[in-house]
Design a protein around this ligand. Sequence first.
Ligand SMILES: Cc1cc2nc3c(=O)[nH]c(=O)nc-3n(C[C@H](O)[C@H](O)[C@H](O)COP(=O)(O)OP(=O)(O)OC[C@H]3O[C@@H](n4cnc5c(N)ncnc54)[C@H](O)[C@@H]3O)c2cc1C
Ligand code: FES
Length: 421
Amino acid sequence: MLNIIFSFVALVFLLGLVAYVLVLMANNSRILSISQEKAKLEAELFQVKIKSIMDRRELEAKQVKLAWNGFRKFQVVSKVQETKDITSFYLAPHDGKELPGFLPGQFLTFQITLPGQSQPVIRCYSLSDSPYHPDRYRVSIKRVPAPRDNPSAPPGLISNYFHDSLHENDIVDVKAPSGHFYLPMTKKTPVVLLAGGVGITPVLSMLNAITEMGSQREVWFFLGVRNKTEHVMKEHLEMVARENENVHLKVFYSAPSETDVLNGDYHVKGRVNVENFKPILPSSNFDFYICAPPPMVKDLRTDLAGWGVPKKNIHFEAFGPATVKKCKADTGTESNVKLSIQFEKSGKTLEWDTKSASLLDFAESNGIPIDSGCRAGNCGTCLTAIKSGKVDLVGEPGSEPEAGSCLACISIPKENITLDA
Ligand SMILES: Cc1cc2nc3c(=O)[nH]c(=O)nc-3n(C[C@H](O)[C@H](O)[C@H](O)COP(=O)(O)OP(=O)(O)OC[C@H]3O[C@@H](n4cnc5c(N)ncnc54)[C@H](O)[C@@H]3O)c2cc1C
Ligand code: FES
């Protein structure tokens, strides 16, 4: 009897053991298949990432191929208010065809014909998002008021038109992306992106391009505004800094209000200048990309050079007022030699007025039409062929004009010249 009981217990134990081993094996193979699945998924993700980097490189290569000549019609697909004075416009091509990529930092040139006016007006606006949205472009525009020292002057023509009169589904004429202020995406060098107010637009495009590409490139992002009411893209920037260890965001308020929180809303009280960010940056060994009003750009360039940053590492763009002509004092050139300027197409030959700040101003004040946009050597709209003679530059061109031509807005004659205008 005892033998039978013992055999039964032994059998039950054996069966239990077999069942346990079977369960263990099943579990192991499940664990194995889960980890295999995980490895497979990771490999797939890696492939997607590599492919997307390759896709993006291809996108950049396609830029040149897909860029269009002249103006193309775009529809405003949405309009988003970012701050009291800055609004973003999302634009899609009206023809529904493919859109070229662009290099982060580049701008679009708009041709706007205002109601009741026969002459269109040209303005440039930087692309404010990364190039990795193949179906639309985004520009973010600040409403420009009359200058503080001349409050009775008319407010900014086109920025106010965009804010007040351009609505969703409206159509605008746009030139293909261009400009030489851009971040080369093939490089891995650490960068400092500096923005003053709405100057955030091209450097935000650079920041978004770096993070959306999954690049680990070290980025310091310095934004200067007056206070929270002007703190453009606040949530987006904070989210990008939270999600990307390589991104260091520092916001400077020059005039914080009582309710603005230090180390909450902003990090530094004061302006974005070398003195204020020197203690924050680990060294001066960075590529600096600056976009701000002209005086801030000028100060930063001088002070960065003073800190030992080589000129080749300081890249900049300034949004000057397009309408306001430079005064003679800005150019600092004076000559007693009488120079003759022949405008061949218009059939006029005139003596150069040394009070004129540029060939563009000189032509306009003599009723000779030359198209213009930025009036700062950036957009290339005033490019004019030189039939004979040479010019001097009174500003830095955003891009070198073609050989045999000049950017009339930043050129003055060096000798007698004949222009194709
Ligand atoms: C490459 C580039 C990129 C740019 N990107 C952006 C961008 O991303 N976002 C952005 O917001 N801006 C950008 N700008 C600036 C933009 O192109 C315009 O210069 C800006 O919007 C002002 O244009 P506006 O037509 O509104 O003003 P304008 O009509 O050109 O007026 C400019 C100023 O002159 C004053 N003014 C007008 N007439 C007179 C007068 N008779 N006497 C005295 N003052 C007068 C106006 O009150 C205003 O303050 C960029 C500029 C460049 C060159
Ligand atoms: S008007 Fe833009 S480059 Fe001259």
